[in-house]
Design a protein around this ligand. Structure first.
Ligand code: 6PG
Length: 238
């Protein structure tokens, strides 16, 4: 298992329940957006897939912001047809993006329907012009995976790793996916993990013990913030 190339700094934020966690996540995203838009005229954000971010995405529907300044990227995507319910981009559109005035050109979906290898090459080319992301949203799997970086596979931790990786043997279905590499996900001004539920407790505990889980390979200079509810935390009783 590849050791992380850089040491990760983690700030843990435990909340009594998911509502408080999601409120904090919303405040952090909107604060990051305000700062990026004021300072650079654009907000480059990478979205997480899975179910945890749904509530945050629904809340973002109602945000008072200049959607023309938002550039939406994805940390990973499943190799399924664009309108398949399992697509991360479809979930984000259904919960949020199709309900706001985001210009179509600002939605940078991973063309995962073209197959992992071709889609990874296309997305890496699209990312060439992008420097550090302003914010990266990530989830945590029960095995410690994040995006589609899974234990025992290549996470792309080194500076010369490709920006996007083709994944063919993901243990979480579907097996074929595209994932940004750990190195590319780490090129960010802020990284926010959203972690909810007792099912994540073991992965959180392994992370806190310093085990080399994929989530620990995300090591931006500013460190990462992990928002977790009591059920996922070690004090969780849920
Ligand atoms: C995916 C996600 C994946 C997800 C975690 C947590 O495509 O499945 O990118 O990394 O964030 O598996 O998923 P939940 O939020 O559904 O628990």
């Amino acid at each position: 298992m590849p050791a992380p190339a850089r040491v990760q700094t983690v700030r843990w934020h435990e909340f009594p329940g998911v509502a408080a966690l999601q409120r904090d996540a919303l405040a952090r995203v909107l604060a990051a957006a305000r700062e990026a838009i004021e300072q650079r005229g654009a907000f480059e954000i990478v979205l997480a897939g899975g179910n945890t971010p749904r509530a945050l995405y629904r809340a973002l529907r109602h945000a008072a912001t200049d959607w023309k300044a938002w550039q939406i990227w994805f940390g990973d995507e499943r190799c399924l047809p664009p309108d398949d319910p399992g697509r991360n981009s479809r979930m984000a559109r259904a919960q949020w993006l199709d309900h706001v005035q985001l210009p179509a050109a600002n939605l940078h979906a991973i063309p995962a329907e073209r197959g992992a290898r071709e889609a990874a090459a296309i997305y890496a080319r699209e990312l060439r012009g992008i420097d550090a992301f302003d914010m990266v949203l990530l989830g945590l799997g029960e095995d410690g995976h994040t995006a589609s970086l899974f234990p025992g596979r290549d996470w792309g931790v080194h500076p010369d790793s490709p920006d996007a990786l083709a994944v063919f043997d993901a243990p979480k279905p579907p097996p074929e996916r595209v994932s940004l590499s750990a190195n590319r996900l780490s090129r960010a001004r802020a990284v926010l993990f959203l972690v909810e539920g007792a099912g994540k407790r073991d992965a959180v505990a392994a992370w806190q013990r310093g085990e080399a889980i994929p989530a620990r390979s995300i090591a931006p200079e500013a460190g990462v913030d992990v928002l977790l509810d009591a059920a996922a935390g070690n004090h969780g009783t849920g």
